[in-house]
Write a protein that binds this ligand. Structure first.
Ligand SMILES: Nc1nc2c(ncn2[C@@H]2O[C@H](COP(=O)(O)OP(=O)(O)OP(=O)(O)O)[C@@H](O)[C@H]2O)c(=O)[nH]1
Ligand SMILES: Nc1nc2c(ncn2[C@@H]2O[C@H](COP(=O)(O)OP(=O)(O)OP(=O)(O)O)[C@@H](O)[C@H]2O)c(=O)[nH]1
Ligand SMILES: [Mg+2]
Ligand SMILES: [Mg+2]
Lengths: 290, 273
């Protein structure tokens, strides 16, 4: 464990009582290694290491904890604080329909998440409809339609420009009394200017209350690039981290949060429509530390 | 940035960060940086060449061409959810057709919503035939029937698309092992290629995936998809080095033509940016 690794590093240095600078450096080297192994972006790791150093430098060792345990406690607390404790559920607009736009890289889990969020909205007493705006990927619309039919969730799609389909979906929602509209968009690269422009057009055409970046929990160092690019190009309100039912440490959660300042709102924990949880910073912190 | 000259004191720290940024992983990044340093390059060009040589040396020495001598040859593709399997099957089918072969695509993802439809639609776009399972059907049975059909109708390559699964889902890994076994029963020596599709944007979990799928099935190769983004797919170095499995194909986009043979030198150079 991280505590053991730090423990043996400190043991080699023979310090006791107050954590000396060389103790802290040795401990932080282990912390940085653990975070890199967990896929936290290397720049975020550096910054985080400095924060922890400031907090532990000169701190007297608590009676109940070993120096290693003390460092890990600070690390854990700092991680939880960074990961944030914003309200994590869906924020419903005062003027329905609440429009939630899902964006992200190819294969992240947007289409699956769309139906998950629809079910969450329904559990919270709302009437959701999902709009299939991925007209690019073969059978993408079929995928969402199949999921929607299985779960008896309203579904809409169309042909032509996605901003027009979305705009009609908003009008339709008003007429049918659906008060939550979830837009499933095509996967795209953050470096594809044309496709990023499409998202801007979409956001300009309908009153989007929430733009959520759907990201794979296994994402590596690239998470920072993706997060920043989507935030700059389109503006995002938060993240959905998917495939957390696997064993990836999920350092991308910290990378995305620190790089953009936006919170992780939801965790995808399986392929079924019910497999969505609110994001738990303390659980994520423990997971990242391994 | 700090990477102007290897004689600059910040150079090797910068090089290590570059490798980290490419998802090489912390211990391998340190090891590769050290190997470059020990070669004592005097110019940036020498450093680049040194890194390229070290990366290529770490990669597998096994051949990177697809083993398609058998008639028919069966290629089984698998990997975690959303990695790019279905799209890769389509691209491979298209490429094989261009090369004068007669591939049969097998839509054996009988689990995911519209999994079969997506594969069938792609096969149509590629102008190749598809053998489709039924939603909820047994993937192994689909693969078996498809291979029988292929033999009867003169297809020389059978490409089997499977449902995505996480390596931690033991029952699904068992299901995949059954698919591979049944494929072997349908045709001796099959599957000739057993390919793990990896998403280049993923980090160190790719190594865990490769180890698990290798233990369960025995990989003959890797496909590194989504290399057209900004991620560099550096985790394949550790995978190739540890498991001796070669990356055979690289995905550089979402169109049928966006599949290329993996070139170690190109890959090493791309890491350096
Ligand atoms: N295990 C697991 N699988 C998931 C989760 N979320 C999505 N998936 C699976 O991941 C794969 C990709 O999901 P999609 O919803 O198609 O992803 P997408 O972002 O819409 O993909 P594109 O539209 O191609 O960009 C599918 O096999 C899903 O079933 C999750 O939380 N856990
Ligand atoms: N940019 C880019 N996108 C790719 C590449 N390969 C696949 N994709 C996209 O990634 C997404 C997922 O691809 P799929 O082929 O559906 O992935 P899969 O592994 O079959 O997914 P599941 O069956 O749900 O597990 C789609 O939007 C593809 O178009 C690639 O090389 N580059
Ligand atoms: Mg989708
Ligand atoms: Mg698929």
């Amino acid at each position: 464990t991280l505590t053991q690794r730090i423990g043996s590093a400190l043991h080699k240095l023979g310090g006791r009582g107050v954590l000396r600078p060389e103790d802290i450096d040795a401990a932080l080297r282990e912390v940085r290694l653990a975070l890199l192994e967990a896929d936290v972006n290397f720049k975020v790791v550096k910054e985080f290491s400095e924060r922890v150093k400031e907090r532990t430098l000169g701190a007297a060792v608590l009676q109940s904890l070993s120096p290693a345990q003390q460092v890990v406690k600070v690390v854990h607390e700092e991680l939880v604080a960074l990961l944030g404790d914003e309200a994590r559920g869906l924020r419903y607009s005062a003027r329905p329909p609440t429009v939630v736009m899902l964006v992200g890289l190819q294969g992240a889990g947007k289409t699956t998440t769309a139906i998950k969020l629809a079910l969450l909205a329904r559990r919270e007493g709302h009437r959701p409809v999902v709009a299939g705006l991925d007209l690019r990927r073969p059978a993408a619309v079929e995928q969402l339609r199949t999921l929607a039919e299985r779960e008896k969730v309203g579904f809409t799609t169309g042909h032509g420009a996605v901003e027009e389909i979305a705009s009609e979906a908003v009008d339709e929602a008003g007429q049918t009394g659906s008060d939550v509209l979830i837009l499933d968009t095509a996967g795209r690269l953050h470096v594809d200017d044309e496709l990023m422009a499409e998202l801007r057009r979409l956001k300009a055409a309908v009153p989007v209350s929430e733009t959520l970046l759907v990201a794979d929990a296994m994402t590596g160092q690239d998470a920072v690039n993706v997060g920043i690019a989507f935030e700059r190009a389109v503006g995002i309100d938060g993240f959905v981290l998917t495939k957390l039912d696997g064993d990836a440490r999920g350092g991308a959660a910290l990378s995305l949060r620190v790089a953009t300042g936006k919170p992780v709102r939801f965790a995808g924990v399986g392929e079924k429509p019910a497999d969505l949880e609110l994001f738990h910073p303390d659980r994520m912190a423990s997971r990242i530390l391994g | 940035r700090a990477l102007a000259s290897p004689l600059d004191p910040a150079f090797y720290a910068g090089l290590e960060e570059l490798l980290l940024a490419g998802d090489v992983g912390p211990s391998l990044a340190a090891r590769l940086t050290d190997s470059v340093r020990r070669r004592k390059p005097l110019t940036l060009e020498e450093a680049r060449a040194a890194l390229e040589a070290e990366v290529v040396a770490a990669l597998s020495a096994k051949p990177r061409s697809l083993e398609l001598a058998a008639n028919p040859s069966v290629v089984l593709l698998y990997g975690v959810n959303g990695a790019g399997k279905t799209t890769t099957v389509a691209k491979l089918a298209s490429g094989l057709k261009q090369a004068g072969r007669r591939p049969l695509v097998v839509a054996a993802d009988t689990f995911r919503a519209a999994g079969i439809e997506q594969m069938v639609a792609w096969a149509e776009r590629a102008g190749v035939e598809a053998f489709a399972g039924k939603p909820g059907g047994d993937a192994a049975a689909v693969a078996f029937d498809a291979i029988q059909a292929a033999r009867g109708r003169g297809f020389d390559t059978v490409l089997v698309d499977t449902a995505g699964r996480l390596q931690t889902q033991h029952n699904l890994m068992e299901e995949l092992r059954k698919v591979a076994r049944v494929v072997g029963r349908a045709l001796e020596g099959a599957p000739q290629e057993s390919l793990l599709v990896l998403d280049a944007t993923l980090g160190q979990n790719s190594l865990a995936q490769a180890r698990a799928f290798n233990t369960a099935l025995g990989l003959t190769g890797l496909v590194l998809a989504k290399m057209d983004g900004t991620a560099r797919g550096g985790s394949v170095i550790a995978i190739e080095s540890e498991l001796e499995v070669p990356t055979k194909l690289i995905g550089l986009g979402e169109k049928l033509e966006d599949l290329y043979a993996f070139d170690p030198a190109w890959f090493a150079r791309a890491l350096f940016g």
